[in-house]
Design a protein around this ligand. Structure first.
Ligand code: GLN
Length: 296
């Protein structure tokens, strides 16, 4: 990669081969995304300029991006960007990179609204517990007109990213950001939420060594580590959500497929919920539980 005067096409071909040899996932996509980031051009524009020679400064900049990726830094932290629910989000190492399967949570919340399952509330109150980048809260603010949204996180740095994302989408007036450990921001004066939605940390601490380096070494542990069996936060959410939901209000929690059965059992044992089910993600794995607080 030291040669000068390479064209876009040549450098993409060589870089893709290089990344593939080093075991980097989706090597072609990675080389294109990083080149378009370096050149401040879209990927389509790259294709239109396939025969364009690159300057040596551009090649040097691209090389340093590739080096970061070789150290397994996630592509999204290098570019500072991830798409979720077809919206653009800023991401930094302070926040978990939003995952495609989390879109199922958003989809389910929208279905509740569209199916008139939120009672007669014209302005449903929604809480995104552990908001991270703000992806869930912001997607719901876009989709559920009139909803009042709260988004909390224990991490001040994460909330800074979430606020920036809300500003970017012109939704800062619709979302109330709160800092604190789980229920703490709401405990002194509980709000009766129509929906509580959460993608909490749920990876068991002992599973960390087996995670891909991109996740293990770069994503915030506070957003991933669900302690001993990965259920610490899920349990605390289920146990106390009854206090913070209105009658007939809904709880939606993302989790590992192996945790869903235990979560349904816990939901029963609270005796607060009348209805419960677990739902699958795009890969046909149980990925979330949905439960409705009893009426009355
Ligand atoms: N789905 C994430 C992963 O497997 C975990 C997200 C979480 O702990 N909330 O990397």
């Amino acid at each position: 990669m030291t040669q000068r005067g390479w064209t876009v096409q040549q450098i993409l071909r060589v870089t893709t081969e290089f990344l593939r040899d080093k075991g980097i996932e989706s090597p072609r996509l990675c080389s294109e995304v990083l080149l378009s980031y370096q050149l401040k051009k879209s990927r389509v524009e790259l294709y239109l300029e396939f025969d364009q020679p690159l300057r040596s400064s551009e090649i040097a900049g691209y090389r340093s991006l590739i080096k970061r990726r070789l150290k397994r830094e996630p592509l999204q932290y290098i570019t500072g960007h991830q798409e979720f629910w077809s919206l653009g989000f800023l991401v930094s190492p302070a926040v978990l990179i939003p995952r495609a399967e989390t879109e199922i949570l958003v989809e389910e919340a929208i279905k509740l609204k569209e199916g008139n399952l939120l009672g007669d509330s014209g302005q449903p109150k929604v809480l995104d517990l552990g908001t991270g980048s703000g992806a869930i809260a912001i997607s719901l603010a876009k989709e559920i007109e009139g909803a009042a949204i709260w988004a909390s996180d224990i991490s001040f740095e994460a909330l800074t990213v979430a606020r920036d994302n809300a500003k970017h989408h012109n939704l800062n007036s619709r979302i109330e950001f709160c800092q604190g450990d789980l229920w703490q921001p709401f405990s002194s004066s509980p709000i009766a939420f129509d929906i509580i939605i959460s993608n909490p940390p749920y990876i068991p601490s002992k599973a960390f060594q087996t995670l891909p380096p991109e996740v293990r070494d770069y994503e915030p542990r506070v957003a991933l580590d669900g302690r001993e069996n990965g259920m610490h936060f899920i349990e605390r959410i289920i146990e106390e959500s009854g206090i913070y939901l209105k009658s007939g209000g809904w709880l939606l929690i993302e989790m590992d497929p192996d945790q869903t059965e235990k979560a349904l059992y816990l939901i029963d044992s609270t005796q607060s919920f009348g209805y419960k089910e677990r739902l699958m993600d795009y890969r046909k794995k149980y990925r979330l539980i949905k439960a409705q607080k009893k009426n009355g």
